[in-house]
Design a protein around this ligand. Structure first.
Ligand code: ATP
Ligand code: MG
Length: 421
């Protein structure tokens, strides 16, 4: 078997049992987004590499080392598998001038690609649901994004905690940046390699370091919170007031950062300690500079992205059941007249909205009944030539203790639709 082709490392198949769970999850998510007035947008999985360099930033883990990039041999263009969804969303919004008549509430879902070390909760193809509220400047939008997450967590039966921070505005970040660089320069000897590299390109990211040896230094670093100007402080205060009014608990984490200039004001993450090291299930914030950065008419923007694999893992830990569908009926038949009637019965059941598996491949009643059991169907619909002649079927419950009954097809459909087993 070893020379059989396997899937690419870090990229998972979603087999039928798992796909049932994903579909149930997606149905909940679609309904949740509909109820908040967000509309879906679908963009291509491949984009020009330059889009991500501009949108995410050259000095980021994603662009520096995680992006799947290749040259299209047919025309020499550098293309990338999208590592996240915001860049594409903003690109599409600018390209199609979607903000011409005001703000838009948008969402997307789908696979993202990052060349990371695969481990539990970290894959090379993973899936996100993301939300973008474009064209809205106020703290009410930031609050809406957070409130809607909390609402989804309740539906999913999970309880991650909210970490919140503000990055202030451009000028205060520049002031903070200068103080930060001076501080880290004075402690060059303690900086690890990554941090030295980031010292001048992206010093804010040093604060995000996961290296335990850097913690004490980072804890004592100058805080952006001390540099906030009045407007940014008022925005942050108003957001917190709205969160309190909506009963949302949060922790302020001054170490929560995004390293790029177009991120500003609100940042938040929903984290759990129940998934080991991969504990962030959703990350978001405000990026008022991004639309202009990508060449659009300046407009404010905020959003978040959640990792579906991590959310499903958390739901499993929490024991949240997700309904998985089974066929309503498995139709067994023997004899020519029976087969013709079985096709009719199958299409009548399906037209009535029932899931009906029509036995294929012939065989005895006994072997067909084994297949019916294995199909997990609620009922076997049994059709012999006798039943066919009478335009009837025998309904046999495959679970529970109820007796089988022979009835008209229309009646069988009624009882299948109304039966509770
Ligand atoms: P991390 O610190 O875990 O690498 P990140 O900051 O790179 O996360 P974002 O770019 O903010 O993640 O993506 C939003 C969410 O997408 C994350 O909170 C996480 O739930 C999920 N996510 C990110 N990368 C992966 C991955 N490689 N595999 C699975 N889920 C991921
Ligand atoms: Mg990452």
């Amino acid at each position: 078997m070893s020379n059989n082709i396997q899937s690419v490392r870090g990229m998972n198949d979603c087999l039928p049992d798992a796909a049932d769970t994903w579909q149930a999850f997606e149905a909940i998510v679609c309904d949740w987004l509909r109820r908040y007035g967000y509309r879906e947008m679908r963009t291509p999985i491949l984009e020009h590499t330059g889009l991500f360099k501009r949108a995410i930033g050259e000095v980021t883990d994603i662009v520096e080392k995680e992006m799947y990039t290749f040259v299209d041999e047919l025309n020499g263009e550098s293309l990338a598998l999208r590592p996240e969804g915001t860049a594409s969303s903003v690109r599409a919004v600018i390209q199609h001038n979607l903000l011409y008549d005001g703000g838009k509430r948008l969402w997307y879902a789908g696979p993202m690609f990052r060349h990371e070390r695969p481990q539990k909760g970290r894959y090379r193809q993973f899936h996100q649901v993301g939300v973008e509220a474009l064209g809205f400047a106020g703290p009410d939008t930031d609050a809406e994004l957070i409130v809607m997450c909390a609402d989804l967590w309740r539906t999913l039966g999970i309880n991650p905690t909210l970490q919140l921070n503000t990055l202030g505005d451009y000028e205060s970040r520049q002031r903070h940046r200068q103080k930060l660089v001076a501080y880290f320069e004075a402690h060059q000897d303690v900086l690890d390699e990554d941090s030295k590299r980031r010292l001048h390109s992206n010093p804010l990211r040093i604060l995000d370091s996961k290296n335990p040896a850097m913690q004490a230094l980072n804890d004592a670093a100058p805080q952006l919170m001390d540099e906030l100007d009045d407007e940014a402080r008022a925005h942050f205060d108003a957001l917190q007031a709205l969160l309190r009014a909506n009963g949302i608990a949060y922790e302020i984490n001054p170490r929560l950062v995004r390293g790029l200039d177009y991120y500003n004001r609100t940042v938040f993450e929903w984290v759990t300690d129940q998934l080991g090291a991969q504990g962030t299930v959703c990350a978001g914030g405000r990026y008022d500079g991004l639309i202009a950065q990508l060449g659009g008419k300046p407009a404010p923007a905020a959003g978040f992205a959640m990792g579906i694999e991590r959310l499903l893992a958390l739901m499993e830990v929490a024991g949240t059941p997700l309904a998985t569908p089974v066929p309503d009926a498995y139709i067994v038949h023997a004899g020519d007249a029976a087969e013709a009637f079985a096709w009719q019965a199958a299409s009548a059941l399906r037209a009535a909205g029932l899931a009906a598996v029509l036995h294929c491949g012939g065989g005895s009643f006994k072997s067909q009944m084994k297949k019916a059991d294995a199909s997990r169907a609620r009922y076997a619909v049994i059709i012999g030539d006798d039943e066919a002649a009478a335009q009837q079927v025998t309904l046999k419950p495959l679970r529970g203790t109820a007796e089988q009954t022979r009835v008209e097809l229309a009646l069988a459909i009624d009882s299948l639709k109304n039966a509770t087993i």
